[in-house]
Ligand binder design. Sequence first.
Ligand SMILES: *Cc1c(COP(=O)(O)O)cnc(C)c1O
Length: 408
Amino acid sequence: MAAHTLDIEKIRKDFPILQREVNGKPLVYFDNAATSQTPKQVIDVIVDYYENYNANIHRGVHALSQEATDLYEQARIKIQKHCNAAKAHEIILTSGTTHGINIVANGFSSLLKKGDEIVVSAMEHHSNIVPWQMLCERTGAVLKVIPMNENGELRLDAYDALLSNKTKLVFCNHVSNALGTVNPIKVIIDKAHAIGAAVLIDGAQAAPHIKANVQELNVDFYVISGHKVCGPTGIGMLYGKEEWLEKLPPYQGGGEMIAEVTFEKTTYAGLPHKFEAGTPNIAGGIAFGAAIDYMNALGFDDIAAYEQELLQYATEKLIAIPNLKIYGNAASKTAVISFNIEGLHPYDIGSILDKLGVAVRTGHHCAQPIMDFYKIPGTVRASFSFYNTKEEVDVLVSAVLRAKAMLS
Ligand SMILES: *Cc1c(COP(=O)(O)O)cnc(C)c1O
């Protein structure tokens, strides 16, 4: 992979939180797969909104409302360009990945019948499992699971065998949040389309590392969360092909999503407003656009190249620790390392790391089926971002060694 050209020391100055201490130690933030940190450029946009043009959008004739509306709609266009959607109204602004998935799952209630089949992968986040189980309960459709192998890769031979003319929908994440596996989504999408099934890709974990091109992928739905790409919480994107979004019924009723309301009958607004009932997270939407700008200015190729360097460095150092096992060794993975040390509980390791200023995630990472597959209660997960450094990896490694010595 090509060398990156990022100035990491300069980038770190954009993130005020990276200057703080935790338990008297400099913060080493390795929980990026749960949420990313926010640069000053994005924080400033939120402050600017509340200081200068806080107003409700799409309905006011007054200047503030129009300014806020313009900025919110400009953010939608930034997000559209970022993922190369054909039309701005194919971008639905949601509260996050979970919300986007629920819009689609709910919409399909009226399109599925008993005996139809839905295919999901074995390495999904709970938010890409539970809404489909609820959909199955409502419709009598059946959930089928693409199994994975020991390395944490999906078994495409088994996927082929699951597809049939009963398959109506396929759901898969682009990148596994628990293992870092980058799934071959283009193959998954093409195979599903060949038998007439629609595909939703959960891009929450891919978005910080990979710039997805929805037209090139020819995906039907793609969902992401703002807070994993340096934006605020409570905002996200559901991309849907126009023809699908037209076909699906609205998820929530309320203001903003209507064309006309009488007590006899209500007609719905056109896209994207049909799926955006109520006052949205206006500052969040504008800041989401600013976060996308920030990351694009760094460049996704450079981000990926640098993160792969960190991944390789950290993997080599960690596997040198006796009795440490890494879960998820896919040929293609993002900068996520899930591991355990034989005989030690992940929670105990995580607690000691926290005392030493190192923030990692412990537990099942909202992906219990993966933990069941490996027959473990959970893992310690260190996930890296472009603002992390090799020196911080060294701190992690010595903290893990310290935890091991204390707990063994
Ligand atoms: C974080 C994550 C989600 C859930 O995102 P929310 O922002 O909590 O809605 C879903 N899928 C994957 C793969 C994730 O990493």
